[in-house]
Write a protein that binds this ligand. Structure first.
Ligand SMILES: [Zn+2]
Length: 377
């Protein structure tokens, strides 16, 4: 048996230890790589990020690389569980921990925050996203022309809002966004920038979108976590009895599903029109274009017990003048909504998510949202 076969066999055994069965950084199953400078097991994608950080770059394949005996020993003595206790000792409860499905900038900044900047392992370190106010410039997409321009943004914990200004020295903000109405989610592909962040919020009972980015990955992820920090602080005051575990899912969240469907209006005479749909918790919003500033409308998805349902197909006699044929009917207490999907798999996927949402019990805030949205379609 060659020395390397022996090393690979030893590594396989170390992988059996609790914690080593998933990537230390993103939680993906069966990590195929190891960092012999940090003593953690990681997935292929995360190993690529580690390679870009010279300070921590010693990564090796568990199957193909040559491992020295002392490196194997080091992996055995450390491992994911121990290193998590070290590098994630003080992660704030609101701080977003990315999964394998998240975009590059979130995963890269998580890895850099942990191992390069050691933000969570040095006790007493003051975190930028924990200051009471944050101010700086972000590139913001123009509402109508699609051009990105530098804008000043101010996030205030005391006021519980995010403001932005069109002129740097302007006295009056262009918009004042209450933090409890914000959802922020990274959308690099949609926005066309690797650091692209979508901020969706409610203004006068209607949904608005702004699209921003910062050249620097750390900056935009810091903004994102600052928003989450301020949101948590706001919710702690608004819901004094609630635990952090109950409040954290109410901070920014990824959309459940996005994509094109066709939709018809209430009288179904104007025909099916292609729209961009976004499902965010119980809100199904639709837009003419994915980068629109305003939702054209939205459908609240309540609970089965309250006369909400979703099913495949369209009612008999529906005049199908659209391009697509895989129908979905959503019934609400007020009206039916008819949609068509391009493919059967898309139809099944939307249906699965609609049914999941409708099977979930509504919270008191959901009832408030239902009342808000019901009066307008
Ligand atoms: Zn990973």
């Amino acid at each position: 048996m060659s020395t390397n076969e022996r090393a690979i066999r030893a590594l396989k055994e170390i992988l059996q230890k609790p914690g080593n069965d998933v990537c230390a950084d993103c939680g993906a199953l069966d990590p195929g790589w190891g960092s012999c400078s940090l003593g953690v097991f990681i997935c292929l994608d995360c190993s690529g990020i580690h390679r870009n950080i010279p300070e921590i770059c010693k990564v090796k394949s568990l199957r193909l690389s040559h491992w020295e005996d002392q490196e194997v020993q080091f992996m055995a003595e450390n491992g994911n569980k121990l290193m998590k206790a070290k590098y994630e000792a003080d992660v704030p409860v609101y701080y977003y921990k990315p999964t394998h499905k998240d975009c590059q900038v979130l995963r890269e900044q998580w890895i850099r925050a942990k191992y390069e900047r050691k933000e969570f392992s040095k006790p007493g370190k003051s975190l930028t996203y924990e200051s009471e106010a944050r101010e700086g410039t972000l590139m913001k997409r123009g509402r109508d022309n699609g051009q990105f321009l530098s804008r000043r943004f101010v996030l205030s914990e005391r006021e519980g809002n995010l403001k932005y200004y069109t002129k740097y020295d302007a006295k009056e903000p262009k918009a004042v966004i209450k933090v409890d109405t914000i959802n922020a989610t990274f959308q690099p592909e949609k926005i066309g920038n690797p650091n692209g962040l979508q901020i969706t919020y409610l203004k006068d009972y209607s949904t608005r979108n702004i699209f921003v980015y910062h050249e620097n990955g750390k900056e935009i992820v810091d903004w994102f976590n600052s928003i989450r920090a301020v949101q948590l602080q706001y919710l702690r005051v608004a819901f004094p009895g609630a635990t952090d575990a109950e409040l954290v899912p109410k901070l920014t969240r990824n959309f459940i599903k996005e994509g094109y469907m066709e939709k018809t209006g209430p009288r179904q005479t104007e025909g099916f029109k292609k729209r961009w749909f976004t499902l965010d918790q119980r809100r199904l919003m639709y837009f003419k274009d994915p980068l629109d500033a305003f939702a054209k409308g939205e459908v609240f998805l309540g609970n089965n017990d309250n006369h909400y349902s979703a099913s495949a197909g369209l009612p008999p006699g529906t005049h199908c003048n659209g391009a697509w044929q895989y129908g979905i009917t959503i019934e609400t207490p007020d009206r039916s909504f008819l949609f068509t999907c391009e493919t059967e798999s898309d139809q099944q996927d939307w249906l699965k998510h609609f049914k999941n949402v409708m099977n979930t019990q509504m919270s008191p805030q959901d009832y408030t949202m239902e009342a808000l949205l019901r009066h307008r379609h």
